[in-house]
Design a protein around this ligand. Structure first.
Ligand SMILES: *[C@@H]1O[C@H](CO)[C@@H](O)[C@H](O)[C@H]1NC(C)=O
Ligand SMILES: *[C@@H]1O[C@H](CO)[C@@H](O)[C@H](O)[C@H]1NC(C)=O
Ligand SMILES: *[C@@H]1O[C@H](CO)[C@@H](O)[C@H](O)[C@H]1NC(C)=O
Length: 456
């Protein structure tokens, strides 16, 4: 939910962005691709925490299993466009997604929480609707392990390079340019924490089937599948590792030679990078061929923004992350209708347990309300309790109304039956099981009135 301060910060960012675009006028900022002579130097100097692992260095068997897994999940219609909320608007993402990861984990992006289809961790006993789906989840679990090990290596290497650079500049008597934070790679415990991916967000898009894709606004990089962004809700300084699988295309499409000398090849998928709030340093567009991986190490997410530039062929990616732990689950879960049933029944039990706990919370809230309505309280004591209670109830009411609205939006109601949002928990005022009404506004008014009355 938007807090007042969060929305004013957003507003400031929006104004800055508009100002930036205005300053640019009609001219594009420069960006480099492998066709440019300075491409590798720019990468090294300003984008060194982006690491590309070309497909050829990844085991062939792993490629096979992972690529098969993507196709399986698409065949079973397991990937969904998400109904997200951006700047107060309900939008359907052009990219379809599926979250796979540790059992019971979730990940929130753009105000939408996704729940994992569990991968088969040791000792788990997960029922999948299809054997093929089990095999697919196992493939991403393997990929996750591979990428974790690979990331540890990449970070070790980065640490080495950074300390050598630092020594060099000391030897030559220069002021070390690298700030302390640049070298703050943490100890081994920290390193482990920042590379132990606990879930992967799968993405899929077929550009030919999209009637509209946004144009990249600053550099003229062409069509975007995902706009410029920082990643949210991850452990600080943790790496994001991405496996990119663009489906095979004829050689005539992939061939770079026919393309104009400037800019990226619009037939090929790219990851775009830029430094946040910087219009001096050129942007970077790195082509992603079938099976290439890239790592965004350390604080790259904080200092830089990235986007995904669409090619012509359908493309999958598996983006491995270290997720933070968070709350707000029940309504987020039912907002996705019955989509999770498609792959597994895993969430059935935890969600009904959570609902049981939530019902208890309603009962406890009611009990406190009954107590506070009784005579015999000291005024100060009573006011303190009412103030706390009001804060809780107001948040509860605001979130409830927000989710109701999201569920009732036209775009939500137009989704296919099995994905259509369910506004749940929901009940009518005369429901004998529920101690409090669904709409809390009268109770909030009552409490506010009591506070006013108590004022001298
Ligand atoms: C880009 O790299 C150059 C060379 O290391 C450096 O002087 C410059 O400050 C960097 N730009 C940014 C915005 O970090
Ligand atoms: C994911 O793993 C990291 C590192 O081990 C941990 O700090 C974080 O809490 C985990 N996320 C969840 C949702 O448990
Ligand atoms: C990514 O960067 C943004 C902007 O600096 C920051 O708000 C966000 O918390 C960062 N995410 C992680 C996981 O560090």
């Amino acid at each position: 939910m938007d807090r007042p301060w969060a929305s004013s910060i957003k507003c400031i960012f929006l104004l800055l962005k508009q100002k930036l675009l205005k300053e640019l006028g009609n001219r594009w900022l420069p960006y480099l691709t492998p066709k440019d002579a300075d491409f590798h130097q720019l990468w090294q100097e300003n984008y060194s925490k982006l690491i590309l692992r070309e497909a050829s260095r990844i085991p062939e068997l792993l490629h096979k299993e992972v690529q098969q897994a993507f196709l399986t999940l698409r065949k079973h219609d397991c990937l969904f466009q998400d109904l997200v909320r951006i700047k107060g608007k309900n939008l359907l993402t052009p990219v379809s997604r599926l979250l796979i990861g540790n059992p019971g984990y979730t990940y929130k992006y753009l105000n939408s929480r996704l729940f994992t289809v569990p991968w088969p961790v040791e000792g788990s006993n997960i029922k999948y609707t299809e054997d093929e789906i089990f095999a697919a989840c196992r493939a991403f679990f393997k990929l996750n392990d591979y990428l974790h090990k690979d990331t540890v290596q990449a970070l070790d290497k980065l640490r080495l390079i950074k300390s050598e650079q630092n020594e060099d500049s000391t030897v030559f008597g220069m002021v070390p340019e690298l700030s302390k934070s640049d070298l703050d790679m943490g100890d081994d415990m920290e390193l482990k924490k920042r590379t132990t991916y606990n879930l992967t967000l799968l993405n899929y898009m077929d550009p030919q089937k999209m009637s509209y894709l946004k144009e990249e606004p600053y550099f003229g990089m062409g069509k975007m599948a995902v706009s410029w962004h920082h990643d949210e809700n991850l452990v600080e300084r943790s790496t994001v590792a991405v496996y990119s699988y663009s489906c095979e295309a004829g050689p005539e499409v992939i061939d770079d030679g026919e393309q104009s000398l400037e800019g990226r090849n619009p037939a090929v998928w790219h990851v775009g990078l830029k430094i946040a709030w910087d219009i001096e340093t050129p942007g970077l567009a790195v082509p992603l061929h079938q099976g290439d991986c890239y790592l965004m190490l350390d604080d790259l997410n904080a200092t830089h923004q990235h986007c995904v530039l669409a090619g012509l062929q359908p493309r999958f990616s598996s983006t491995h992350r270290v997720a933070e732990v968070e709350f707000e689950w029940l309504r987020q879960f039912w907002f996705h209708g019955h989509r999770y049933k498609k792959c597994t029944d895993w969430w059935h039990l935890p969600m009904s347990e959570l609902e049981g706990l939530w019902k208890k919370m309603e009962c406890v809230t009611n009990a406190v309300l009954c107590e506070i309505r009784k005579e015999g309280w000291l005024v100060e004591q009573k006011n303190e309790i009412i103030t706390d209670l009001l804060a809780w109830l107001t948040t509860r009411q605001e979130l409830r109304m927000e989710w109701c609205m999201r569920c009732q939006s036209r775009i939500a109601q137009n989704l296919p039956e099995d994905q259509r949002p369910i506004c749940w928990p929901y009940w009518e005022d005369d429901d004998p099981e529920m101690p409090l009404p669904f709409d809390l506004s009268n109770i909030i008014l009552e409490l506010q009135g009591q506070l006013l009355k108590a004022k001298p």
